[in-house]
Design a protein around this ligand. Sequence first.
Ligand code: GLT
Ligand code: MN
Ligand code: MN
Length: 387
Amino acid sequence: MSYEPKPEHKFTFGLWTVGNIGRDPFGEPTRSAMSPVQLVHLLAEVGAWGVNFHDNDLIPIDATASEREQILKDFKQALADTGLVVPMATTNLFTDPAFKDGAFTSNDPAVRAYALQKTMRAIDLGVSVGAKIYVFWGGREGTETDSSKSPLDAIKRYRDAINFLCGYVKDQGYDLKFAMEPKPNEPRSHIFLPTVGDALSFIATLDDPDMVGVNPEVAHEHMAGLNFLHGVAMAWTSGKLFHIDLNDQLFGRYDQDFRFGSMMPKQAFYLVRLLEDNGYEGSRHFDAHAFRSSDYEDVKAFARGCMRTYLILKEKAAQFNADEEVQSLLAEIHADDGSFSYLNSGYSKSAADQLSAVTFDRVALGNRSLPYERLDQLTIDILLGVR
Ligand code: GLT
Ligand code: MN
Ligand code: MN
């Protein structure tokens, strides 16, 4: 099989991902900045389908009206020349010092108002180039000291802001949905909406919950020591998996944003299998960046690697699903003789009566053999390519 990316795979990257210049808290950039137009061409060269951006990845925060117009014109030309699409856009509400204590959750009402206005403008910008998903990553929405801000106030402000912006989108008649992106910490010590579960419960409290879903990121759940697959499954089963940020991350580390599947390929395999087996139709967005030691040739290798690994794992998932030994083990594990099918349609008085009358052989239940070691080794054999 060829692992060449195709448009139907919906592989996307942010301008900020391949455009990452290798700055970190301890060191200066290791790569010179590329323009958005150059980055669009780089992404086209490696075979990506789409490009996403923050308002200020494209248009500097202090650009004049005429600079803005020229940049936008050049960017649209680059999209037309390459055929790249813009499925998602977002707002930078974290770089500028104005947002040092948060944007929507800042204690300062003027900062909160500025954040709303900046987001309205960034929504207009995203929609003007075709974005259908709008991401909210609240990197600065948090605290270092909980003396400074009541989390109850902050969550209310967050809710008010998202409600306001949903109203704006509807009023403008835009075909746009929101996706909340959780993260537990970094850059703040404590970020509001730290996990997928928090974001899902927040969404349920909004005025129009149908407009809002989640954008889970591998690295962010791993930072919290959580099972990303389970978080994604929760979002999926709630009808809320509007977008996904793919990368890799070891547990218990700073935000690493590694190439997809490069650190925990087995977890990445389960994730790809879940997405592919269940017909996930959104973007496969790589929110990752190349090592600080890379030059732009190596950045291309990084981007190609993200997509290649995804496609290899997709093939492995198909192999797993078709493997007779795996399937016969799974059939054995999931065996069901139908004795309890009367419980499948939920509670009824008769089901409860029938259940009450059953005598269970508890010891036999506990003695049942579960060949999960065999199954797991078959999975490893498939992943390591010896099957
Ligand atoms: C930032 C963050 C990402 C978010 C981006 C969207 S910006 O790089 O680390 O996880 O998805 O705002
Ligand atoms: Mn990240
Ligand atoms: Mn992300």
